[in-house]
Design a protein around this ligand. Structure first.
Ligand SMILES: [Zn+2]
Length: 545
């Protein structure tokens, strides 16, 4: 692991292009496309910047190039776009998940066993083997796998593998032993322990026994995630639910001069925000690459597991309507405490009732906390159409994930029934109500390729045009509107529109080089668009090999 780590850092450092300090640099002969402050498309052929990475001018074809330049490069007509801003992601989860064993592509128990054995052999330094994605139904097994079937392939170290739906974990005897679970152990209420399978509430018994990752493992996970995001053209991201450990990783990486992406952190609690940043948001640190700006709160759970808090019962579970996690008073108190210290508040709300409660709370506290607060509702997935105008009235940002409309649609129809989809994944209605929209992906829980989200935004379909005509197509927005939400929208949502989100004088030269014009491409071609280079602050941070 140590070797791997230093090698990946060396390779990574070599990527950075040396640009002499100060004065002007010109990137010329580009097919540059950006949006202006009104969201209108602007074309340019040259980008002039300071050598420390801020845009000074966009040049048209006929504009004279300065004669005295410290540095210039010719892009040979390639397409340049502003970098994407993912308004909602989880950096460390992305990194750790990429390092874990993924069984989602296995079709039989035997295939999974072979993959587990190979992973164990390739990763001798891992004290626990962690991963997931298995599905015994896809394997055609007709039963759950057992501890003995794991012992047989890699029995020496503890193994814990989460089922595809996250509701069960499959472990071996070494993991049971490490967690102190014997045949006499009783499962907690709401859970089951059976032959190496622990479901729901019982899963925690295993998860608590997994050792916390070491600092160098966390750093490695971060570097992996950063590379993955840069490779898809994401130059800035909100990190939702930053823990104190996560914050220390970001700082450690930045102190080593390895932070290449911009991060706006929303702490997982007011305590974390205060411990990490002090009694108010941190300043922009490391040349505007890192800031702890806010706090993330949770009003409910997820729709798939029926944890989303709904005004009426689930269509496919008439006795359930989900669970709002905080009372009105609790939500208001937490918001006040965060707002009092100047932290921005981002509330996770999926169900229509959770959204209404978040809106109630914002309306109640915004009398006391005036000014430009930019209250955010994360996901805003199922909103009662009657509540939509309330977003605009409170200048509340709807932080939404267009890709969810594709990955959730069948499930959402089952959970809600056809009658309640009017305010679901309703970004057209949001814009129609003049609600500021910020797009993201909620990685690693969904596909973070921003081109996929972009296409989903204006087609309500995937790159192959499925479902035909788009799902709930009345909620499509235009190609430019979707692009804006994925760039300027995310910047605005993070109080960063004076720094990032488009290419304009005074803003950072955060851009990507791609292989085609995204405004002329078919939806299918846009879906498959490849990023060739990713630049942050005027430096090339990633390049396709
Ligand atoms: Zn999330």
């Amino acid at each position: 692991m140590k070797l791997l780590f230093s090698r990946s850092i060396a390779a990574f450092a070599a990527l950075l292009m040396a640009v002499p300090a100060q004065a002007d640099a010109l990137i010329d002969n580009i097919n540059g496309i950006t949006l202006d402050e009104h969201g209108d498309v602007v074309h340019f052929t040259g980008l002039l910047m300071t050598t420390d990475g801020r845009v000074t001018r966009l040049l048209g074809r006929k504009d004279k190039r300065p004669e005295k330049l410290d540095w210039r490069t010719d892009m040979r007509g390639k397409v340049m776009l502003p970098g994407f801003v993912d308004a909602h992601g989880h950096i460390m989860d992305l990194g750790f998940r990429s390092m874990e064993l993924d069984l989602s592509d296995t079709h039989s128990l035997a295939e999974a066993q072979a993959k587990i054995a190979a992973y164990a052999e390739a990763n001798p330094e891992r004290t626990w083997i962690l991963g997931g994605g298995w599905d015994q139904e896809k394997w055609g097994l007709g039963r759950f796998p057992t501890a003995a079937e794991l012992d047989a392939v890699a029995g020496d170290r503890p193994i814990a593998l989460t089922r595809i739906d996250s509701h069960a974990v499959w472990v071996n005897s070494a993991a049971l032993k490490a967690a102190g679970i014997t045949p006499a152990t009783k499962a907690p209420p709401g859970g089951r322990i059976e032959n190496g399978i622990l479901t729901d509430a019982a899963r925690l018994m295993i998860m608590q026994a997994v050792p916390q990752p070491l600092a160098r493992e966390r750093d490695l996970a971060f570097i992996q995630a950063q590379q993955m995001l840069l490779s898809k053209g994401i130059t800035a991201t909100a990190d939702m639910r930053t823990t104190l450990d996560d914050w220390l990783v970001f700082r450690r990486i930045a102190d080593k001069n390895l932070l290449r992406i911009r991060i706006i952190s929303y702490a997982d609690s007011i305590q974390t925000a205060n411990r990490a940043a002090g009694g108010s948001p941190s300043p922009w640190l490391y040349d505007d690459k890192l800031k702890l700006g806010g706090v993330k709160l949770f009003a409910d759970g997820a729709l798939g597991s029926r944890g989303a808090c709904l005004k009426a019962p689930y269509a496919d579970a008439p006795k359930q309507s989900g669970q709002c996690l905080l009372t009105d008073a609790q939500l208001k108190n937490l918001m006040s405490r965060a707002a009092m210290d100047g932290f921005q508040v981002a509330v996770h709300a999926i169900g229509d009732k959770a959204n209404a409660e978040a809106l109630d709370a914002i309306e109640a506290v915004s009398d006391a906390y005036k000014g430009d607060r930019r209250w955010r509702i994360e996901h805003a997935q199922i909103v009662d159409p009657a509540d939509l105008p309330r977003f605009a009235r409170g200048s509340i940002i709807a932080s939404m994930q267009p890709i969810h409309a594709l990955s959730d649609r069948t499930m959402a129809e089952a959970r809600l029934g056809p009658g309640r989809l009017a305010g679901a994944y309703a970004w057209h209605s949001m814009l129609g109500n003049k609600v500021p929209l910020a797009f993201g992906s909620d990685y690693p829980n969904d596909d973070f390729n921003p081109f996929h989200g972009w296409v989903a935004g204006f087609t309500r379909a995937d790159g192959t045009g499925q479902p035909f005509g788009g799902w709930q197509p009345q909620e499509r927005i235009t190609r430019e509107e979707a692009w804006r939400a994925y760039t300027m929208g995310g910047a605005y949502a993070a109080f960063a529109e004076d720094r990032i989100g488009r290419l304009a004088p005074g803003l950072w030269a955060d851009f990507i080089i791609v292989d085609a014009d995204p405004l002329l491409a078919t939806a299918g071609d846009l879906w498959n668009m490849q990023v060739e280079q990713t630049w942050v602050g005027g430096k090339m941070m990633w390049e396709r090999k």
